[in-house]
Design a protein around this ligand. Sequence first.
Ligand SMILES: N[C@@H](CCC(=O)N[C@@H](CS)C(=O)NCC(=O)O)C(=O)O
Length: 367
Amino acid sequence: MSKRVFYFLGVLLALGVLLAACSGSAQTSSNPQAVQTVVVTVESNASSGYGTTLKAVKERGYLICGVNAQLPGFGYVDKEGNYKGFDVDYCHAVAAAIFGDPSKVEFRPLTAKERFTALQTGEIDVLIRNTTWTLTRDTELGTNFAPTTFYDGQGIMVRKDSGIKSLEDLEGAKICVATGTTTELNLADQMAARGIDYTPVVFETADQVFGAYEEGRCDAVTTDKSALVSRRSTLKNPADHVILDVTLSKEPLGPVVRQGDDQWFDIIKWVVFATFTGEEMGITSQNVDEIKASTDDPNVKKFLGLEGEMGQKLGLSDDWAYNIIKYVGNYAEIYNRNLGPDTPFDLPRGLNSCWTDGGLLYAPPIR
Ligand SMILES: N[C@@H](CCC(=O)N[C@@H](CS)C(=O)NCC(=O)O)C(=O)O
């Protein structure tokens, strides 16, 4: 297999921050933008070129999916040792589309800092780990972003009894934040724009960030709002903490692939679109067999593989979307199972509703 050398820009934090992250202790810095941009060369073992990823995944017999292991609702390990969550279900959906079997996945837990290197070097086939689509990541990291599966925004959580109500109230505060994230950069931009002085307390993992916040080493903690809701549920007294009514950024979260294999990029994109389409058509894991047996609707027939050979155009079998819906579910099922009213998070759908319900989820036609 020919090896390809990837060049991409890696953002290295100032040495002190790096050392702190490695030792697991925090580094406070009054200059959070003290970052250095360097060119990193990675010798990649990853297959590259059209069709190579699917071929490698099929030969291996399972997908390798990079996920978060510390974010209940999105990517975490349950008491029985199984990976669970909204992002994890998208890994299962890819496996169902390829193998007709959602269990054909190996999960790789990754920190925010590790995730892009894992993708670049071919350690994982796809990254599905609360990762924000930005222009820099889309261009300089050699990565491509599939459609957004969760529209989010950055928030701030504080202790209820702190009296902090707005960003301005954070003047002079210590704020816990994870390194290698958009969070760290947005915070610096937003606070600078408002002329608010603060001290970032930087860690590598969510457990460290929220552990330090809970120990009272920070006045506030910041990350994507969904992650704040998720991690608040793991604090000793969730009700003692409040998420401020401010949104610092746009955080469109979704799957990421390496550049260089457009077939693989197409597969991941259409897996996401299939979950949107299932919801739009009212097709669920519960009724998909009944609908498949009785439908006369040409769009539904194409979607479920009864006509049009849609799967083959992706290099998959024609029942690829049927398998996603049957074994993992449509978007609403995936959302509700992990984040909906029957979970501790009860996240309102908001922007993550179908376009037909006033949300942003819109799939191109499957035809
Ligand atoms: N969506 C943002 C933030 C993602 C992120 O990783 N957030 C932190 C929240 S503390 C996290 O999940 N950290 C867990 C870890 O790195 O293990 C991004 O793509 O940069």
